[in-house]
Design a protein around this ligand. Sequence first.
Ligand code: TMP
Length: 210
Amino acid sequence: MTRGLLISFEGPDGAGKTSVLNALVPRLADLCSDGLTVTREPGGVAISEKIRELILDVEHTAMDDKTELLLYIAARRQHLVEKVLPAIGKGELVLMDRFIDSSVAYQGYGRGLGVDGVRWLNNFTTDGLVPDLTLYFDVPSELGLARIEQNSDREVNRLDLERLDMHQRVRAGYQAIAKQEKRIVTIDASQPLPEVIEETYLHIKELLER
Ligand code: TMP
């Protein structure tokens, strides 16, 4: 049996990556004869969803930045072991709404904890697993935040409530990572949603055909 593929969806809050992912699932399911797993971070399995609640609770304003990082890392490890690695092992295509680059962008750049330590922790957590493809949905921070405000269906979490400058550091972080890593493809997420969906689909199809 051949190993499956792992694709991560990344971007600042309000980039629209979750909407793109949901729109693509039916079309991608048709392309994946060995199965498709769609999951998210933090979360994806019961223990990690509990950690998600803890991290994103708007009441938890006292949370230390390193505590936050370590909780994301703990959620990642459990999710990987319980769900992601078994699916890859079965030959499935795994689509992950956020993964290692979120820690580097949000905690490394956004919180200012530094990139080296966060990368080391990620590597320790994933035993060196990196995605086969990462789609980075780039959007100006002002537009991302305006979308969050307009979208009344979306949960408002503790990180959404951060000031504009934190969101701008996160975006700059993502842009820096995207320049360094060949696996990352940048998609202009300020375009209308149907165009973003189509562009994303073509990148995934190309990987599957390779
Ligand atoms: P979501 O809204 O995309 O589900 O993500 C929840 C929030 O968690 C979002 O603001 C990004 C943040 N996050 C981090 O800060 N570090 C991480 O490692 C991950 C996975 C998410």
